[in-house]
Write a protein that binds this ligand. Structure first.
Ligand SMILES: [Zn+2]
Length: 87
């Protein structure tokens, strides 16, 4: 399941360097906020400094942020990749 089977067209009025939306659904990686359990999260796919693919989640409700390793154990991490305490 790569999502690459669909032909892509480049909109003429789309500026270069605009934010691209990930084709993957990261709600499976980050189902909710680790602190307040809100599902209203802003999720951004990125990589940790050690190269692991991860999802950065920013909670719309309590404004906490955390990083989650893709296909990991769901532990919220800090920006350096170390586990982040829930409190
Ligand atoms: Zn929250």
């Amino acid at each position: 399941m790569t999502g690459r089977g669909r032909a892509r067209r480049t909109p003429a009025d789309e500026p270069l360097g605009s934010v691209t939306r990930p084709v993957v659904d990261d709600s499976a990686v980050v189902p909710g906020c680790h602190r307040c359990r809100s599902a209203a999260l802003t999720r951004v796919r990125l990589a940790l400094p050690d190269g692991r693919p991860a999802v950065f989640a920013s909670c719309d409700a309590c404004e906490t942020t955390a990083w989650y390793v893709v296909d990991g154990d769901g532990t919220p991490l800090g920006p350096d990749g170390s586990p982040r305490d829930a409190g």
